[in-house]
Design a protein around this ligand. Structure first.
Ligand code: SF4
Length: 372
């Protein structure tokens, strides 16, 4: 048990200190880091250069200067990223990759205020034609050329295939972790689960896989226990801040699964086999399912969510709604209608990264606990 706790503590330290991770990487390898903004980017390309891909998902900060560049109704996550960029938090990065699946992100590359260059690309929303793969592979070819220029490293197909292999192995181990975390909520609290997942944004992926595998092997040896509290599924963009996750734990909630862009959506499926590495990376996007950012006129995300609720015997769903995130807000009425029809309790929490007070969230969680 102490080994498990020690590993969880290590994941926590890494998740809580991205700047430390970048500094260590630079010291150990002599190479820099490239920031990866939400939501999905071909990180494998950065990995193939030997630079460290670092996830940038905002954080708690008072928004002041960012207001000059983003409207007040831009989502909270991008407001905080803008504020951090202006304050120089990302000045150590060699470049940032910016995808553009929502309106806020579409303009973000032009507004980028960090010192390093922004490499923006478009992931097509018509994902049913093979032309989408061809188009996106071409976009990625441009991204590759720009990355080669800023890092000074040639990205060969062989290096890219190797990185894809490393990332797919990490995705598989992460899926295994989420299953084991579900079986052992007495050992993996909501915040610890989040730390293990979040730490993958700040570690070289084969090193992260090794550490998660170590944890998974230990968890798989633990005896099954009946969880006395309630089981919930999280859906949305992110379940941060950690204060909220700690409130879940205090309320006796076990997170048995998630459908968060920041968490499971990142590793829900592998980069498919077949074709050139850039084509394969493009196919990862066109085969991504159950995400508000990837157009699906059948909205199978809701079916997947219902399947998850039933297969995990969850007692309820917590919608972690990023403030002013249009794609998630558009999905919410459909999600709510289906959950209501199936008599599945749902709690709607608004996520504002700039918030200082969590009293409203605490009250809502208490009411939800009583309802369950
Ligand atoms: S949180 Fe929503 S609106 Fe903001 S960048 Fe992500 S997808 Fe776009």
């Amino acid at each position: 048990m102490s080994d498990i706790n020690q590993l969880l503590d290590e994941f926590h330290q890494i998740a809580a200190d991205p700047a430390g991770a970048v500094a260590r990487w630079k010291k150990e390898t002599g190479k820099g880091a490239v920031g990866i903004l939400p939501v999905y980017a071909p990180e494998e390309m950065v990995h193939a250069t030997g630079f460290l891909p670092v996830g940038i998902w905002g954080g708690h900060v008072e928004i002041s200067e960012a207001r000059a560049f983003l409207p007040a109704f831009a989502c909270s996550i991008m407001q905080s990223i803008m504020e951090f960029a202006i304050k120089g938090v990302y000045d150590d990065l060699t470049a940032v990759l910016i995808s553009s699946p929502c309106d806020t992100l579409k303009c973000f590359g032009q507004k980028w205020k960090g010192k390093c260059p922004a490499i923006q690309f478009v992931q097509p929303q018509n994902r049913v034609l093979d032309a989408a793969n061809v188009f996106l592979a071409e976009e990625y070819r441009v991204v590759r050329a720009k990355l080669e220029s800023v890092t000074g490293v040639v990205i060969t197909d062989e290096a890219l295939e190797n990185s894809i292999h490393i990332y797919n192995a990490n995705r598989a181990e992460m899926r295994r972790f989420t299953i084991l975390a579900r079986k052992h909520p007495e050992l993996i609290s909501p915040a610890a689960r989040h730390d293990v997942i979040k730490s993958r944004y700040f570690m070289e992926k084969s090193a992260h896989t090794k550490k998660v595998r170590e944890l998974n092997d230990l968890l798989s040896q633990q005896p099954d226990k009946v969880w006395p509290g309630k089981k919930v599924v999280l859906t949305g963009i992110t379940a941060e801040p950690t204060e909220m996750l700690n409130m879940f734990a205090k309320a006796g909630f076990a997170v048995v699964a998630d459908d968060l862009a920041h968490e499971s959506r990142q590793f829900s499926h592998d980069v498919p086999e077949g074709g050139s590495p850039l084509y394969r990376l493009a196919k990862w996007w066109t085969t991504l399912e159950s995400c508000s950012l990837a157009t699906d006129r059948h909205k199978r995300r809701i079916d997947t969510l219902m399947d998850t609720i039933y297969s995990t015997a969850a007692d309820g769903v917590i919608v972690c709604m990023m403030k002013f995130c249009d794609p998630e807000e558009f999905d919410y009425p459909i999600i709510f209608k289906r959950l209501q029809a199936a008599h599945i309790p749902v709690l709607y929490l608004e996520i504002d990264q700039a918030a200082d007070s969590f009293e409203q969230i605490r009250t809502k969680i208490q009411s939800f606990t009583e309802m369950l």
